[in-house]
Design a protein around this ligand. Structure first.
Ligand SMILES: [Zn+2]
Length: 161
């Protein structure tokens, strides 16, 4: 299989998994979008109201952040009770919304297996730096997801989420 709808795969690119009815910040309310994982890229196929493809967003897996062999792709349940798949790329964080928790777990598993298989030779090594505001003085604080960083201005500790 060398293509998936509107996606034209590279010659040495093959399908790993796909899920329909996926939301994201780019199409949160329209659960008609498709998420596709290949051996080279992650694609978010955004659909319009009539089901026609609006845009294909491509995230090269060479920009996937891998920390000590662990790809930074996680399940999260949002405060609105949505099942979220968070994936960190060197270009930033992407969040995808699924109907079922099990689906997200399957995606996390597949991404982990893909990294463990060694197919992705050149994934990013470090966690991207993100910027947040200090909760006490509102100064800009930079750090990595999961860290607790001391604000340079007021000395308060800010947990980077
Ligand atoms: Zn501060």
């Amino acid at each position: 299989m060398n293509n998936d709808g509107n996606i034209v795969f590279e010659p040495d690119e093959s399908l790993v998994m796909r899920s329909e009815r996926v939301g994201s910040s780019k199409g949160l309310h329209i659960l008609k979008n498709t998420l596709v994982l290949t051996t080279k890229n992650l694609y978010f196929v955004e659909c319009g109201i009539l089901g026609t493809t609006k845009e294909v967003h491509r995230y090269p897996l060479s920009t996937l952040v891998v920390n000590n062999g662990v790809p930074q792709a996680f399940y999260r349940r949002s405060i609105q009770n949505l099942n979220i798949l968070d994936i960190y790329f060197t270009t930033g964080q992407e969040s995808f919304v699924f109907q079922w928790k099990q689906k997200v777990k399957k995606w996390v598993e597949s991404i982990n297996e893909l990294v463990a298989s060694g197919i992705l030779s050149d994934t990013a090594e470090s966690i991207p730096t993100v910027y947040r505001f200090c909760s006490r003085c509102e100064a800009s604080v930079k750090g990595h997801i999961g860290e607790s960083v001391k604000c340079e201005y007021c000395g308060a500790y800010v947990s980077i989420e």
